[in-house]
Design a protein. Structure first.
Length: 317
């Protein structure tokens, strides 16, 4: 009986400590660690930081790091007190599927919320004789291995998206990796590669000018980011969905009361009209979630993309 009382007392103490932490938090500036300056990670981190600085009543600083692995490791090893937060893309859990990383995407982090998502647009060189995804699939089947696509590098979201397309459509299209988005777009415009799964912000101005041809958007449902375009799923590949997802994590073992406060403030921010418009202008749809929804989505994506990566033999050296 004494042992039962001891366990109960310990549980009440831990619960009390968690509540106290939530009530006194935050008591000092917060730091959001993210990737390099520019791009979706940086935009997401800065918009969230601006909002949290107001709602939390504490300055929220953006700390840019040059590498995804370095970024994630810094948060994984930080004190689990809610003052060091990770804002990054879904590559945080995809990279460990392709190479060894100094962190465990599932064990080392506590989910807070999704922040935004950005679908790809399937774009082709105007000389390619296709107008629809179904025609692209038919052409690829008629000319196996003759078509190629550009990506920003092995393991990036616009590499895995066409690999998922190739797998689901059962076609053979050659991957041509580039070191930068600008170089891959230049080669697509020049006809050195025939197609690409591009970020909407980069592709649509070129589509409007007639320099590229857009076939579909990769979101599960039609997207306002790519008005008028059908989805890949509705164009011959039911169930197809891909894109860049931006998320927020804290170190594992961060008190639940702190996680709840961060989630509440961030989701409220993401629902504000002016914030949604800022994300939209950057080519992203702001979309918050509960911690449980983010954790479940991460595990689902690890299973789905893990199989794709294994089957395609994708490795980052």
């Amino acid at each position: 009986m004494a042992m039962s009382y001891s366990v109960l007392s310990l549980g009440l103490m831990l619960l009390g400590a968690g509540v106290a932490a939530g009530q006194s938090y935050p008591g000092k500036p917060l730091r959001i660690i993210t990737g390099g300056v520019g791009g979706g990670n940086d935009v997401s981190a800065r918009l969230v930081a601006q909002g949290l600085s107001v709602s939390m009543g504490q300055q929220t600083i953006v700390d840019n790091r040059s590498s995804g692995a370095v970024t994630a490791e810094a948060v994984a090893k930080a004190a689990p007190d809610g003052y060091t937060i990770l804002v990054y893309g879904s590559t945080i859990w995809i990279t460990p599927l392709m190479q060894k990383t100094p962190y465990d995407a599932v064990a080392d982090f506590a989910a807070i919320t999704t922040i935004a998502n950005s679908p790809h647009v399937v774009v082709v060189h105007p000389s390619l004789p296709v107008k629809f995804v179904s025609e692209l699939i038919a052409l690829a089947k008629a000319r196996p291995g003759e078509l190629n696509y550009g990506s920003a590098g092995t393991g990036t979201s616009n590499h895995l998206a066409p690999e998922l397309f190739i797998s689901m459509a059962n076609v053979r299209i050659v991957h041509v990796p580039y070191k930068s988005a600008s170089t891959q777009i230049a080669d697509l415009l020049g006809g050195q590669v025939q197609l690409m799964f591009s970020a909407t912000g980069a592709a649509l101005p070129l589509v409007k000018s007639g320099r590229l041809k857009a076939l579909a958007v990769t979101s599960a449902r039609p997207s306002a980011l790519a008005p008028g375009l059908p989805t890949v799923a509705a164009s011959g590949l039911p169930g197809f969905e891909s894109g860049a997802l931006y998320v927020m994590f804290a170190p594992a073992r961060t008190p639940q009361a702190v996680i709840a406060r961060l989630n509440q403030d961030t989701v409220r921010l993401l629902n504000q009209t002016d914030v949604k418009e800022k994300f939209f202008s950057a080519g992203m749809d702001a979309a918050g979630s509960t911690p449980d929804v983010l954790a479940a989505r991460m595990k689902s994506e690890i299973a789905r993309l893990g199989k794709l990566i294994r089957d395609a033999g994708i490795r980052v050296e």
